[in-house]
Design a protein around this ligand. Structure first.
Ligand code: ATP
Ligand code: ATP
Ligand code: MG
Ligand code: MG
Lengths: 260, 260
Protein backbone atom coordinates (compact mmCIF):
# COMPACT_ATOMS: atom_id res chain seq x y z
CA UNK A 1 0.00 0.00 0.00
CA UNK A 2 1.22 3.48 -0.62
CA UNK A 3 0.07 4.52 2.80
CA UNK A 4 -1.78 3.02 5.75
CA UNK A 5 -3.82 5.69 7.52
CA UNK A 6 -5.31 5.48 10.96
CA UNK A 7 -8.36 7.75 11.39
CA UNK A 8 -8.33 8.61 15.06
CA UNK A 9 -9.76 10.76 17.83
CA UNK A 10 -10.61 9.55 21.32
CA UNK A 11 -13.50 12.05 21.47
CA UNK A 12 -16.74 10.40 20.46
CA UNK A 13 -18.90 11.32 17.52
CA UNK A 14 -16.47 13.64 15.74
CA UNK A 15 -16.91 12.02 12.31
CA UNK A 16 -14.18 9.36 12.21
CA UNK A 17 -16.44 6.76 10.60
CA UNK A 18 -18.20 9.25 8.32
CA UNK A 19 -14.78 10.45 7.12
CA UNK A 20 -13.47 6.91 6.52
CA UNK A 21 -16.56 5.95 4.52
CA UNK A 22 -16.77 9.08 2.40
CA UNK A 23 -13.10 9.86 1.81
CA UNK A 24 -12.47 6.22 0.86
CA UNK A 25 -15.47 6.34 -1.52
CA UNK A 26 -14.37 9.63 -3.10
CA UNK A 27 -10.85 8.23 -3.69
CA UNK A 28 -12.25 5.00 -5.16
CA UNK A 29 -14.46 7.02 -7.49
CA UNK A 30 -11.31 8.76 -8.67
CA UNK A 31 -9.92 5.37 -9.65
CA UNK A 32 -7.81 4.61 -6.55
CA UNK A 33 -7.96 1.12 -5.06
CA UNK A 34 -8.81 1.56 -1.40
CA UNK A 35 -9.21 -0.79 1.58
CA UNK A 36 -11.15 0.12 4.73
CA UNK A 37 -10.41 -1.83 7.91
CA UNK A 38 -13.14 -1.38 10.53
CA UNK A 39 -11.38 -1.61 13.89
CA UNK A 40 -14.37 -0.47 15.98
CA UNK A 41 -16.47 -3.19 17.70
CA UNK A 42 -19.50 -1.01 16.94
CA UNK A 43 -19.00 -1.81 13.26
CA UNK A 44 -20.36 1.51 11.97
CA UNK A 45 -18.00 1.69 8.98
CA UNK A 46 -19.13 -1.85 8.09
CA UNK A 47 -22.85 -1.11 8.17
CA UNK A 48 -22.34 2.35 6.67
CA UNK A 49 -20.89 0.53 3.64
CA UNK A 50 -23.91 -1.77 3.52
CA UNK A 51 -22.29 -4.88 5.03
CA UNK A 52 -23.26 -6.88 8.10
CA UNK A 53 -21.37 -6.24 11.35
CA UNK A 54 -22.64 -9.62 12.55
CA UNK A 55 -20.58 -11.70 10.16
CA UNK A 56 -19.11 -14.65 12.00
CA UNK A 57 -16.68 -15.42 9.20
CA UNK A 58 -15.18 -12.39 7.53
CA UNK A 59 -14.38 -10.10 10.44
CA UNK A 60 -11.23 -8.27 11.49
CA UNK A 61 -11.57 -10.02 14.85
CA UNK A 62 -11.07 -13.41 13.22
CA UNK A 63 -8.07 -12.03 11.36
CA UNK A 64 -6.49 -10.68 14.57
CA UNK A 65 -6.92 -13.96 16.45
CA UNK A 66 -5.49 -15.86 13.49
CA UNK A 67 -8.65 -17.74 12.62
CA UNK A 68 -8.93 -16.25 9.12
CA UNK A 69 -6.33 -14.81 6.79
CA UNK A 70 -6.64 -11.08 6.13
CA UNK A 71 -6.98 -11.78 2.43
CA UNK A 72 -9.98 -14.05 2.85
CA UNK A 73 -11.71 -11.52 5.15
CA UNK A 74 -11.76 -8.87 2.42
CA UNK A 75 -15.15 -8.05 0.96
CA UNK A 76 -15.95 -5.84 -2.01
CA UNK A 77 -18.22 -2.92 -1.21
CA UNK A 78 -20.87 -1.65 -3.62
CA UNK A 79 -18.35 1.00 -4.74
CA UNK A 80 -15.95 -0.34 -7.41
CA UNK A 81 -12.39 -0.22 -6.12
CA UNK A 82 -13.43 0.08 -2.47
CA UNK A 83 -12.88 -3.04 -0.38
CA UNK A 84 -13.57 -3.68 3.30
CA UNK A 85 -12.48 -5.86 6.20
CA UNK A 86 -15.52 -5.56 8.44
CA UNK A 87 -15.88 -5.57 12.19
CA UNK A 88 -18.19 -7.28 14.63
CA UNK A 89 -18.87 -6.99 18.34
CA UNK A 90 -16.50 -9.87 19.27
CA UNK A 91 -13.74 -7.33 18.78
CA UNK A 92 -14.65 -5.77 22.13
CA UNK A 93 -13.33 -8.93 23.79
CA UNK A 94 -9.88 -8.70 22.21
CA UNK A 95 -8.23 -6.57 24.87
CA UNK A 96 -9.14 -8.99 27.66
CA UNK A 97 -8.35 -12.06 25.54
CA UNK A 98 -4.86 -10.83 24.66
CA UNK A 99 -4.03 -9.55 28.14
CA UNK A 100 -1.06 -11.91 28.43
CA UNK A 101 0.38 -11.22 24.99
CA UNK A 102 3.23 -8.74 25.35
CA UNK A 103 3.26 -8.11 21.61
CA UNK A 104 -0.43 -7.53 21.13
CA UNK A 105 0.05 -3.91 20.07
CA UNK A 106 1.83 -5.29 16.98
CA UNK A 107 -0.81 -7.82 15.89
CA UNK A 108 -2.33 -5.66 13.16
CA UNK A 109 1.02 -4.33 11.95
CA UNK A 110 2.41 -7.82 11.52
CA UNK A 111 -0.62 -8.95 9.57
CA UNK A 112 -0.46 -5.97 7.22
CA UNK A 113 3.32 -6.15 6.71
CA UNK A 114 3.49 -9.90 6.36
CA UNK A 115 0.78 -10.03 3.74
CA UNK A 116 1.62 -6.54 2.55
CA UNK A 117 4.58 -7.62 0.49
CA UNK A 118 2.25 -9.33 -1.91
CA UNK A 119 -1.44 -8.74 -1.51
CA UNK A 120 -2.00 -5.39 0.16
CA UNK A 121 0.29 -3.55 -2.24
CA UNK A 122 -2.64 -3.41 -4.66
CA UNK A 123 -4.20 -0.68 -2.46
CA UNK A 124 -3.25 2.97 -2.86
CA UNK A 125 -4.42 3.55 0.72
CA UNK A 126 -5.68 1.52 3.64
CA UNK A 127 -7.93 3.44 6.06
CA UNK A 128 -8.36 2.12 9.60
CA UNK A 129 -11.50 3.31 11.44
CA UNK A 130 -10.81 3.53 15.18
CA UNK A 131 -13.12 3.49 18.22
CA UNK A 132 -13.40 6.55 20.52
CA UNK A 133 -10.67 5.58 22.97
CA UNK A 134 -6.91 5.35 23.32
CA UNK A 135 -6.97 1.70 24.36
CA UNK A 136 -5.62 -1.43 22.63
CA UNK A 137 -7.49 -1.22 19.31
CA UNK A 138 -6.47 2.39 18.70
CA UNK A 139 -2.91 1.66 19.84
CA UNK A 140 -2.72 -1.27 17.37
CA UNK A 141 -3.85 1.08 14.66
CA UNK A 142 -1.26 3.73 15.61
CA UNK A 143 1.48 1.09 15.57
CA UNK A 144 0.42 -0.25 12.17
CA UNK A 145 -0.12 3.10 10.45
CA UNK A 146 2.22 5.19 8.31
CA UNK A 147 0.13 8.31 8.81
CA UNK A 148 -2.76 9.71 10.80
CA UNK A 149 -5.92 11.53 9.82
CA UNK A 150 -7.53 13.37 12.71
CA UNK A 151 -11.17 14.46 12.32
CA UNK A 152 -11.77 17.41 14.65
CA UNK A 153 -15.34 18.44 15.32
CA UNK A 154 -15.55 22.23 15.52
CA UNK A 155 -16.92 22.26 19.07
CA UNK A 156 -15.38 22.87 22.48
CA UNK A 157 -15.10 19.37 24.00
CA UNK A 158 -13.46 18.03 20.82
CA UNK A 159 -10.93 20.86 20.77
CA UNK A 160 -10.10 20.19 24.41
CA UNK A 161 -9.35 16.56 23.66
CA UNK A 162 -6.74 17.28 21.03
CA UNK A 163 -3.94 17.93 23.55
CA UNK A 164 -4.33 14.46 25.07
CA UNK A 165 -4.46 12.94 21.60
CA UNK A 166 -1.23 14.58 20.48
CA UNK A 167 0.53 13.42 23.67
CA UNK A 168 -0.55 9.83 23.01
CA UNK A 169 0.62 10.05 19.40
CA UNK A 170 4.02 11.37 20.50
CA UNK A 171 4.38 8.58 23.06
CA UNK A 172 3.55 5.89 20.48
CA UNK A 173 5.90 7.53 18.01
CA UNK A 174 8.81 7.52 20.42
CA UNK A 175 8.24 4.04 21.77
CA UNK A 176 6.62 2.00 19.02
CA UNK A 177 6.47 3.69 15.61
CA UNK A 178 9.06 6.39 14.90
CA UNK A 179 7.87 6.80 11.31
CA UNK A 180 4.39 7.88 12.32
CA UNK A 181 3.23 11.31 11.15
CA UNK A 182 0.05 13.36 10.97
CA UNK A 183 -1.15 13.44 7.36
CA UNK A 184 -3.86 15.94 8.15
CA UNK A 185 -6.41 17.35 10.56
CA UNK A 186 -9.92 17.59 9.13
CA UNK A 187 -12.42 20.06 10.60
CA UNK A 188 -15.83 18.39 10.70
CA UNK A 189 -19.45 19.26 11.41
CA UNK A 190 -18.67 22.94 10.83
CA UNK A 191 -21.81 24.88 11.66
CA UNK A 192 -21.85 28.37 10.20
CA UNK A 193 -24.59 29.48 12.62
CA UNK A 194 -22.28 28.71 15.53
CA UNK A 195 -19.49 31.23 16.11
CA UNK A 196 -17.78 28.54 18.13
CA UNK A 197 -17.07 26.66 14.87
CA UNK A 198 -14.94 29.51 13.51
CA UNK A 199 -13.16 29.83 16.84
CA UNK A 200 -12.24 26.14 16.82
CA UNK A 201 -11.19 26.48 13.16
CA UNK A 202 -8.87 29.37 14.02
CA UNK A 203 -7.49 27.61 17.09
CA UNK A 204 -6.79 24.41 15.14
CA UNK A 205 -5.00 26.23 12.33
CA UNK A 206 -2.90 28.19 14.81
CA UNK A 207 -1.82 24.98 16.47
CA UNK A 208 -1.51 22.54 13.55
CA UNK A 209 -0.78 25.13 10.83
CA UNK A 210 -0.84 23.72 7.31
CA UNK A 211 -1.65 20.22 8.58
CA UNK A 212 -5.27 21.40 8.75
CA UNK A 213 -6.98 20.70 5.44
CA UNK A 214 -8.38 23.72 3.63
CA UNK A 215 -11.48 21.59 3.04
CA UNK A 216 -13.90 21.78 5.94
CA UNK A 217 -16.84 19.34 6.21
CA UNK A 218 -20.06 21.23 6.95
CA UNK A 219 -22.83 19.97 9.17
CA UNK A 220 -25.18 18.39 6.61
CA UNK A 221 -28.13 16.18 7.46
CA UNK A 222 -27.52 14.01 4.35
CA UNK A 223 -24.27 12.70 5.89
CA UNK A 224 -26.21 11.25 8.83
CA UNK A 225 -29.02 9.88 6.66
CA UNK A 226 -26.82 7.94 4.24
CA UNK A 227 -25.76 5.17 6.67
CA UNK A 228 -29.42 4.30 7.33
CA UNK A 229 -29.53 3.30 3.65
CA UNK A 230 -26.27 1.35 3.94
CA UNK A 231 -24.48 3.58 1.46
CA UNK A 232 -21.86 6.32 1.43
CA UNK A 233 -23.27 9.83 1.16
CA UNK A 234 -21.56 10.18 -2.22
CA UNK A 235 -23.75 7.38 -3.52
CA UNK A 236 -26.88 8.49 -1.61
CA UNK A 237 -26.71 12.15 -2.69
CA UNK A 238 -23.56 13.17 -4.52
CA UNK A 239 -24.63 16.80 -4.91
CA UNK A 240 -25.21 17.69 -1.28
CA UNK A 241 -22.74 19.88 0.57
CA UNK A 242 -21.45 16.94 2.60
CA UNK A 243 -20.60 14.87 -0.49
CA UNK A 244 -18.99 17.81 -2.23
CA UNK A 245 -16.76 18.49 0.74
CA UNK A 246 -15.51 14.88 0.77
CA UNK A 247 -14.86 15.05 -2.99
CA UNK A 248 -12.82 18.23 -2.41
CA UNK A 249 -11.05 16.55 0.48
CA UNK A 250 -10.10 13.63 -1.77
CA UNK A 251 -8.52 16.05 -4.26
CA UNK A 252 -6.62 17.84 -1.49
CA UNK A 253 -5.57 14.45 -0.06
CA UNK A 254 -4.27 13.23 -3.43
CA UNK A 255 -2.34 16.44 -3.98
CA UNK A 256 -0.54 15.84 -0.68
CA UNK A 257 1.12 12.83 -2.31
CA UNK A 258 2.98 15.03 -4.74
CA UNK A 259 4.34 17.33 -2.07
CA UNK A 260 7.97 16.95 -1.02
CA UNK B 1 -28.25 8.82 48.07
CA UNK B 2 -31.71 8.16 46.83
CA UNK B 3 -30.35 6.86 43.58
CA UNK B 4 -27.00 6.45 41.87
CA UNK B 5 -27.39 6.83 38.11
CA UNK B 6 -24.93 5.82 35.46
CA UNK B 7 -25.28 7.84 32.23
CA UNK B 8 -24.11 5.47 29.55
CA UNK B 9 -23.86 4.76 25.84
CA UNK B 10 -20.83 3.24 24.12
CA UNK B 11 -21.58 5.33 21.01
CA UNK B 12 -19.56 8.50 20.99
CA UNK B 13 -20.90 12.01 21.08
CA UNK B 14 -24.54 11.21 21.87
CA UNK B 15 -24.83 13.76 24.68
CA UNK B 16 -23.87 11.78 27.80
CA UNK B 17 -21.81 14.61 29.27
CA UNK B 18 -24.20 17.35 28.14
CA UNK B 19 -27.05 15.44 29.82
CA UNK B 20 -25.11 14.89 33.06
CA UNK B 21 -24.19 18.58 33.29
CA UNK B 22 -27.59 20.01 32.46
CA UNK B 23 -29.91 17.52 34.15
CA UNK B 24 -27.79 17.73 37.33
CA UNK B 25 -27.94 21.55 37.14
CA UNK B 26 -31.70 21.61 36.55
CA UNK B 27 -32.27 19.32 39.55
CA UNK B 28 -29.96 21.40 41.76
CA UNK B 29 -31.84 24.54 40.75
CA UNK B 30 -35.02 22.81 41.93
CA UNK B 31 -33.40 22.43 45.34
CA UNK B 32 -32.07 18.87 45.07
CA UNK B 33 -28.58 18.14 46.32
CA UNK B 34 -26.74 16.46 43.44
CA UNK B 35 -23.27 14.94 42.98
CA UNK B 36 -21.65 14.41 39.58
CA UNK B 37 -18.83 11.87 39.30
CA UNK B 38 -16.80 12.32 36.11
CA UNK B 39 -15.63 8.83 35.16
CA UNK B 40 -14.30 9.78 31.71
CA UNK B 41 -10.53 10.39 31.37
CA UNK B 42 -11.42 13.16 28.91
CA UNK B 43 -12.84 15.13 31.83
CA UNK B 44 -15.54 16.91 29.80
CA UNK B 45 -18.09 16.98 32.63
CA UNK B 46 -15.37 18.50 34.83
CA UNK B 47 -14.45 21.32 32.44
CA UNK B 48 -18.08 21.78 31.39
CA UNK B 49 -18.76 22.62 35.04
CA UNK B 50 -15.88 25.11 35.06
CA UNK B 51 -13.33 22.97 36.96
CA UNK B 52 -9.88 21.84 35.91
CA UNK B 53 -9.46 18.29 34.56
CA UNK B 54 -5.77 18.61 35.35
CA UNK B 55 -6.14 18.58 39.12
CA UNK B 56 -3.51 16.37 40.62
CA UNK B 57 -5.24 16.27 43.97
CA UNK B 58 -9.01 16.08 43.80
CA UNK B 59 -9.63 13.56 41.05
CA UNK B 60 -11.73 10.42 40.86
CA UNK B 61 -8.56 8.58 39.82
CA UNK B 62 -6.95 9.33 43.18
CA UNK B 63 -10.11 8.16 44.90
CA UNK B 64 -10.15 4.87 42.96
CA UNK B 65 -6.51 4.10 43.72
CA UNK B 66 -7.08 4.90 47.36
CA UNK B 67 -4.81 7.95 47.49
CA UNK B 68 -7.63 10.35 48.47
CA UNK B 69 -10.92 9.78 50.23
CA UNK B 70 -14.02 10.33 48.11
CA UNK B 71 -15.20 12.96 50.57
CA UNK B 72 -12.08 15.08 50.22
CA UNK B 73 -12.20 14.89 46.41
CA UNK B 74 -15.62 16.57 46.32
CA UNK B 75 -15.69 20.12 44.96
CA UNK B 76 -18.57 22.56 44.89
CA UNK B 77 -19.55 23.73 41.44
CA UNK B 78 -20.72 27.27 40.72
CA UNK B 79 -24.31 25.96 40.96
CA UNK B 80 -25.54 25.85 44.59
CA UNK B 81 -26.36 22.27 45.56
CA UNK B 82 -24.36 20.75 42.70
CA UNK B 83 -21.10 19.07 43.71
CA UNK B 84 -18.49 17.28 41.59
CA UNK B 85 -15.78 14.66 41.83
CA UNK B 86 -13.70 15.60 38.79
CA UNK B 87 -11.67 13.50 36.40
CA UNK B 88 -8.24 13.78 34.89
CA UNK B 89 -6.35 11.95 32.19
CA UNK B 90 -4.55 9.61 34.64
CA UNK B 91 -7.83 7.72 34.73
CA UNK B 92 -7.01 6.25 31.32
CA UNK B 93 -4.24 4.27 32.99
CA UNK B 94 -6.53 2.60 35.51
CA UNK B 95 -7.49 -0.42 33.43
CA UNK B 96 -3.86 -1.42 32.87
CA UNK B 97 -2.84 -0.61 36.45
CA UNK B 98 -5.58 -2.79 37.95
CA UNK B 99 -5.16 -5.67 35.51
CA UNK B 100 -4.32 -8.07 38.33
CA UNK B 101 -7.14 -7.04 40.63
CA UNK B 102 -9.97 -9.54 40.28
CA UNK B 103 -12.36 -7.20 42.10
CA UNK B 104 -11.62 -4.07 40.15
CA UNK B 105 -15.16 -3.87 38.73
CA UNK B 106 -16.33 -3.24 42.32
CA UNK B 107 -13.90 -0.45 43.24
CA UNK B 108 -16.35 2.40 42.71
CA UNK B 109 -19.29 0.55 44.27
CA UNK B 110 -17.34 -0.15 47.45
CA UNK B 111 -16.27 3.44 47.77
CA UNK B 112 -19.82 4.74 47.34
CA UNK B 113 -21.39 2.15 49.67
CA UNK B 114 -18.72 2.33 52.34
CA UNK B 115 -18.90 6.10 52.59
CA UNK B 116 -22.52 6.13 51.50
CA UNK B 117 -23.88 5.17 54.86
CA UNK B 118 -22.87 8.52 56.21
CA UNK B 119 -21.66 11.09 53.73
CA UNK B 120 -23.23 10.39 50.34
CA UNK B 121 -26.73 10.10 51.76
CA UNK B 122 -26.93 13.88 51.62
CA UNK B 123 -27.33 13.63 47.81
CA UNK B 124 -30.72 13.04 46.21
CA UNK B 125 -28.92 11.67 43.16
CA UNK B 126 -25.39 10.84 42.09
CA UNK B 127 -24.80 10.99 38.33
CA UNK B 128 -21.83 9.12 36.85
CA UNK B 129 -20.62 10.35 33.45
CA UNK B 130 -19.17 7.44 31.44
CA UNK B 131 -16.73 7.30 28.52
CA UNK B 132 -17.85 5.99 25.10
CA UNK B 133 -16.90 2.36 25.64
CA UNK B 134 -18.01 -0.77 27.46
CA UNK B 135 -14.63 -1.30 29.14
CA UNK B 136 -13.60 -1.16 32.79
CA UNK B 137 -14.71 2.38 33.68
CA UNK B 138 -18.21 1.89 32.29
CA UNK B 139 -18.45 -1.58 33.86
CA UNK B 140 -17.48 -0.07 37.27
CA UNK B 141 -20.23 2.45 36.80
CA UNK B 142 -22.80 -0.23 35.86
CA UNK B 143 -21.83 -2.26 38.94
CA UNK B 144 -22.10 0.77 41.26
CA UNK B 145 -25.34 2.18 39.88
CA UNK B 146 -28.93 1.68 40.99
CA UNK B 147 -30.29 2.88 37.67
CA UNK B 148 -29.26 3.84 34.15
CA UNK B 149 -29.95 6.85 31.99
CA UNK B 150 -29.30 6.21 28.31
CA UNK B 151 -28.93 9.25 26.01
CA UNK B 152 -29.83 8.16 22.49
CA UNK B 153 -28.91 10.48 19.65
CA UNK B 154 -31.65 10.41 17.03
CA UNK B 155 -29.36 9.22 14.22
CA UNK B 156 -28.72 5.86 12.60
CA UNK B 157 -25.36 4.77 14.07
CA UNK B 158 -26.54 5.54 17.60
CA UNK B 159 -29.74 3.54 17.12
CA UNK B 160 -27.70 0.63 15.83
CA UNK B 161 -25.57 0.62 18.94
CA UNK B 162 -28.45 0.24 21.35
CA UNK B 163 -28.75 -3.54 20.85
CA UNK B 164 -25.15 -4.11 21.94
CA UNK B 165 -25.66 -1.77 24.89
CA UNK B 166 -28.75 -3.61 26.13
CA UNK B 167 -26.94 -6.96 25.89
CA UNK B 168 -24.07 -5.61 27.99
CA UNK B 169 -26.50 -4.24 30.57
CA UNK B 170 -28.26 -7.60 30.80
CA UNK B 171 -24.97 -9.42 31.24
CA UNK B 172 -23.86 -7.08 34.05
CA UNK B 173 -27.29 -7.38 35.65
CA UNK B 174 -27.19 -11.15 35.69
CA UNK B 175 -23.58 -11.48 36.82
CA UNK B 176 -22.78 -8.44 38.92
CA UNK B 177 -25.74 -6.20 39.78
CA UNK B 178 -29.19 -7.80 39.80
CA UNK B 179 -30.86 -4.65 41.06
CA UNK B 180 -29.85 -2.61 38.02
CA UNK B 181 -32.64 -1.08 35.95
CA UNK B 182 -33.09 1.46 33.16
CA UNK B 183 -34.51 4.66 34.63
CA UNK B 184 -34.98 6.20 31.22
CA UNK B 185 -33.89 6.61 27.63
CA UNK B 186 -33.44 10.23 26.54
CA UNK B 187 -33.65 11.16 22.87
CA UNK B 188 -31.00 13.79 22.15
CA UNK B 189 -29.93 16.12 19.37
CA UNK B 190 -33.35 15.78 17.77
CA UNK B 191 -33.23 17.64 14.47
CA UNK B 192 -36.64 18.51 13.09
CA UNK B 193 -35.22 19.05 9.59
CA UNK B 194 -34.05 15.45 9.51
CA UNK B 195 -36.78 12.86 8.99
CA UNK B 196 -34.35 10.32 10.37
CA UNK B 197 -34.81 11.89 13.84
CA UNK B 198 -38.53 11.03 13.90
CA UNK B 199 -37.79 7.53 12.63
CA UNK B 200 -35.30 6.92 15.44
CA UNK B 201 -37.80 8.42 17.92
CA UNK B 202 -40.51 6.01 16.76
CA UNK B 203 -38.13 3.04 16.75
CA UNK B 204 -36.89 3.82 20.28
CA UNK B 205 -40.41 4.16 21.68
CA UNK B 206 -41.50 0.92 20.03
CA UNK B 207 -38.58 -0.89 21.64
CA UNK B 208 -38.31 0.79 25.05
CA UNK B 209 -41.95 1.87 25.38
CA UNK B 210 -42.60 4.19 28.32
CA UNK B 211 -38.95 4.11 29.39
CA UNK B 212 -38.37 6.77 26.71
CA UNK B 213 -38.82 10.20 28.24
CA UNK B 214 -41.54 12.37 26.70
CA UNK B 215 -38.99 15.18 26.84
CA UNK B 216 -36.73 15.22 23.77
CA UNK B 217 -33.59 17.39 23.69
CA UNK B 218 -33.44 19.36 20.43
CA UNK B 219 -30.27 20.13 18.54
CA UNK B 220 -29.43 23.60 19.86
CA UNK B 221 -26.16 25.39 19.27
CA UNK B 222 -26.26 26.95 22.78
CA UNK B 223 -25.74 23.51 24.34
CA UNK B 224 -22.40 23.17 22.55
CA UNK B 225 -21.35 26.77 23.28
CA UNK B 226 -21.91 26.65 27.04
CA UNK B 227 -18.95 24.36 27.89
CA UNK B 228 -16.54 26.79 26.20
CA UNK B 229 -17.58 29.23 28.94
CA UNK B 230 -17.17 26.58 31.66
CA UNK B 231 -20.83 26.70 32.61
CA UNK B 232 -23.97 24.63 32.21
CA UNK B 233 -26.28 25.78 29.43
CA UNK B 234 -28.91 26.61 32.07
CA UNK B 235 -26.54 29.21 33.50
CA UNK B 236 -25.25 30.37 30.10
CA UNK B 237 -28.68 30.84 28.50
CA UNK B 238 -31.61 29.54 30.52
CA UNK B 239 -34.20 30.51 27.91
CA UNK B 240 -32.83 28.65 24.92
CA UNK B 241 -34.57 25.51 23.69
CA UNK B 242 -31.76 23.30 25.01
CA UNK B 243 -32.04 24.65 28.56
CA UNK B 244 -35.82 24.43 28.52
CA UNK B 245 -35.72 20.81 27.48
CA UNK B 246 -33.39 19.91 30.37
CA UNK B 247 -35.65 21.79 32.81
CA UNK B 248 -38.60 19.77 31.47
CA UNK B 249 -36.54 16.60 31.74
CA UNK B 250 -35.77 17.37 35.38
CA UNK B 251 -39.50 17.66 36.13
CA UNK B 252 -40.23 14.41 34.31
CA UNK B 253 -37.30 12.77 36.14
CA UNK B 254 -38.55 13.93 39.56
CA UNK B 255 -42.07 12.71 38.82
CA UNK B 256 -40.63 9.24 38.15
CA UNK B 257 -39.76 9.08 41.85
CA UNK B 258 -43.40 9.09 42.86
CA UNK B 259 -44.37 6.31 40.48
CA UNK B 260 -44.91 2.84 41.92
N1 ATP C 1 -20.86 16.62 8.73
C1 ATP C 1 -21.86 15.97 9.32
N2 ATP C 1 -23.10 16.51 9.34
C2 ATP C 1 -24.13 15.88 9.96
N3 ATP C 1 -24.03 14.70 10.60
C3 ATP C 1 -22.81 14.11 10.60
C4 ATP C 1 -21.68 14.69 9.96
N4 ATP C 1 -20.62 13.85 10.11
C5 ATP C 1 -21.08 12.79 10.83
N5 ATP C 1 -22.39 12.94 11.11
C6 ATP C 1 -23.25 12.06 11.94
O1 ATP C 1 -22.86 12.34 13.29
C7 ATP C 1 -22.78 11.12 14.05
C8 ATP C 1 -21.35 10.90 14.53
O2 ATP C 1 -20.51 10.69 13.39
P1 ATP C 1 -19.55 9.41 13.31
O3 ATP C 1 -20.26 8.19 13.79
O4 ATP C 1 -18.96 9.37 11.94
O5 ATP C 1 -18.43 9.85 14.36
P2 ATP C 1 -17.35 8.92 15.02
O6 ATP C 1 -16.21 9.80 15.43
O7 ATP C 1 -17.00 7.77 14.12
O8 ATP C 1 -18.11 8.36 16.32
P3 ATP C 1 -17.54 7.25 17.34
O9 ATP C 1 -16.61 8.02 18.23
O10 ATP C 1 -18.77 6.74 18.08
O11 ATP C 1 -16.86 6.20 16.52
C9 ATP C 1 -23.28 10.02 13.11
O12 ATP C 1 -24.69 9.84 13.34
C10 ATP C 1 -23.03 10.58 11.72
O13 ATP C 1 -23.92 10.05 10.76
N1 ATP D 1 -28.69 18.97 21.91
C1 ATP D 1 -27.50 19.39 21.46
N2 ATP D 1 -27.43 20.33 20.49
C2 ATP D 1 -26.23 20.75 20.00
N3 ATP D 1 -25.04 20.29 20.43
C3 ATP D 1 -25.04 19.38 21.42
C4 ATP D 1 -26.26 18.88 21.99
N4 ATP D 1 -25.94 17.98 22.96
C5 ATP D 1 -24.60 17.92 22.97
N5 ATP D 1 -24.04 18.75 22.06
C6 ATP D 1 -22.63 18.91 21.70
O1 ATP D 1 -22.31 17.74 20.93
C7 ATP D 1 -21.02 17.24 21.29
C8 ATP D 1 -21.16 15.84 21.88
O2 ATP D 1 -21.89 15.89 23.10
P1 ATP D 1 -21.31 15.24 24.44
O3 ATP D 1 -19.84 15.51 24.56
O4 ATP D 1 -22.19 15.65 25.56
O5 ATP D 1 -21.54 13.69 24.10
P2 ATP D 1 -20.91 12.45 24.85
O6 ATP D 1 -21.82 11.30 24.61
O7 ATP D 1 -20.61 12.79 26.28
O8 ATP D 1 -19.54 12.25 24.06
P3 ATP D 1 -18.39 11.19 24.43
O9 ATP D 1 -18.89 9.89 23.89
O10 ATP D 1 -17.16 11.68 23.71
O11 ATP D 1 -18.26 11.20 25.93
C9 ATP D 1 -20.43 18.24 22.28
O12 ATP D 1 -19.64 19.19 21.56
C10 ATP D 1 -21.67 18.92 22.88
O13 ATP D 1 -21.39 20.24 23.33
MG1 MG E 1 -17.05 5.71 14.50
MG1 MG F 1 -18.80 12.64 27.34
Amino acid sequence: ARSILSVINQKGGVGKTTTVINLATALAKKGKKILVIDLDPQGNATTGLGKSNNDEGKSVYNVLIGKTSAKSAIQESSVPGLDLIGSNVNLSGLEVETANDANRAFLLKEILRKENESYFNRYENIFIDCPPSLSLLTVMSLVAADELLIPLQTEFFALEGITQLVKTIDRIKINLNPGLGIRGVLLTMFDKRNKLSSQVDAEARKHFKDKVYKTVVPRNVRLSEAPSHGMPCLVYDKNCSGSKSYINLAEEFISQNSQP
